[in-house]
Design a protein. Structure first.
Lengths: 283, 283
């Protein structure tokens, strides 16, 4: 059990961590810092928040385990603020969906600090944003990547892994660069494809889209995601996403050429390969 | 109410038409013909099938309203078989998901016949195939396109429209060519995109895909569709699909260029346009 857990800048994810940790008795005491004063006032009334801190440094001063939950682009500056205030052996993690940039920044920032950083990426989310929509079950049976640096102590890594397991996540420990390559394919590429179906259909008469069946709705559901969050992901994982996009463009172009050339044999192979892959996904 | 309804070559869609019509009292008597003898034997035991016919011609001889439900590539040959056997004023429709080819064939085939053809396309389906998986509620609140030729009598069109409305579909009457342009965008393009995400991810290590969240699962759900059905759709709607694919490739390529050039303003506009479109879809 964690004695003092601190959560900084909670949105949907950070507040869900707090609620999940509270419900499961994972931490004795939860301290939260939020950037906006009115959020700090509101958090003081929540049963899953024992202390509201006025500054990031105040929040971490006594903490054993710290979760940084701001938008991915702000994790670096928050790390810089808290690094000098960490107590000996304090473990810091985050919930950012791109990892190699953050881990590189953490390496430099934490060098002179008394704490240790081990990155995390829980693959969980919601169509809603904001701490008010937190769900204590958000991480149940979801993949959570943990991306330790080679220099991280095994016990610190183990503590972070155990934390997410205690929230019922399925933890995968992996190198930060490999993580970014994987999520470029399984998360960022589908988002871009859904967005581009949306922009194309947005140029067609509005009534076309209302005629659609569930296929189009499912295929484009994630196009409704928050644009600001995705700009930051695109910025942080640009190179891996470009590689995945190039590969997708190549495949799609071959498909189109086969259709133009009436190569039904090749098209059947592609349709069957896509089906085989999709049928292999766990439900 | 239809006196005698005939359904030819029922799979999931055709048998769902039979069950829906039976449950709602839309037809007094339902006759079914299936190509395979063992299916004919099994159908004879179904409460929603009053007569099993041995041939397509037998099935339609006394019918007022006929639904052709084979795979889209076989509708033409079935039309040729039944055309000489139709009684005066018999109305024939189908459930094919591409319409201009079928309507062109029907124009020629039905010329000397006593019946009239009015094409239909109910936008309904299931991950399952086969008459055994028929669902009487399959068409409820789903779009059903009706694509009459200019020469079709208004009363025949009205009968087909009323038939689908009686199964609780939302009927849209539209020109066959316009139909094919629309479904190329709202149905066939999403299928191709999902298939190509599947073929690309199928080339990655299998464990990557198992790590995915619901986003990838939703975006690729329709990649699991039947390959044979899709080959036929690609064959019948090749030109419109190529046009839609070209437009999608252009959009995607611009997105990629903006990412390569770090044009975050353009990328934000695209993400927001995609979101605006997706948020505008009825649930």
């Amino acid at each position: 059990m964690i004695n003092r857990l601190a959560i900084l800048a909670p949105g949907l994810l950070g507040a869900s961590v707090a609620r999940a940790a509270h419900d499961r008795g994972v931490a004795r005491h939860i301290t939260i810092w939020a950037r906006r004063p009115e959020v700090r006032v509101a958090l003081a009334d929540q049963p899953w928040c024992q202390t509201v801190a006025e500054t990031p440094r105040d929040a971490v001063a006594e903490a054993d385990f710290i979760v940084l939950a701001p938008p991915v682009a702000r994790i670096g500056e928050l790390l810089e603020q808290i690094a000098p205030a960490l107590r000996e052996g304090a473990i810091v993690t985050d919930v950012g969906s791109v990892k190699s940039d953050i881990c590189r920044v953490a390496r430099q920032t934490m060098e002179a600090s008394a704490g240790v950083f081990v990155g995390s990426h829980p693959m969980a989310g919601s169509a809603q944003t904001g701490w008010q929509h937190a769900e204590p079950g958000l991480f149940v049976n979801r993949t959570c990547f943990v991306t330790p640096e080679a220099s991280a102590s095994p016990s610190a890594v183990e503590t972070v892994v155990r934390f997410w397991r205690d929230l019922d996540s399925e933890v995968v420990t992996i190198d930060a660069n490999k993580h970014d390559e994987i999520v470029a394919h399984i998360s960022h590429l589908p988002q871009i494809v859904a967005t581009n179906l949306g922009t194309l259909l947005g140029q067609s008469p509005a009534e076309w889209s209302q005629l659609s069946g569930n296929g189009l709705k499912d295929t484009t559901r994630i196009a409704a995601s928050d644009a600001t969050m995705w700009i930051e992901i695109l910025q942080q994982n640009r190179d891996e996403i470009l590689r995945a996009l190039n590969a997708f463009e190549d495949d799609l172009h071959h498909f189109k050429s086969s259709l133009a050339n009436r190569d039904w044999t090749d098209l059947r192979t592609r349709l069957e390969r896509g089906k085989t892959w999709r049928d292999s996904l766990r439900p």
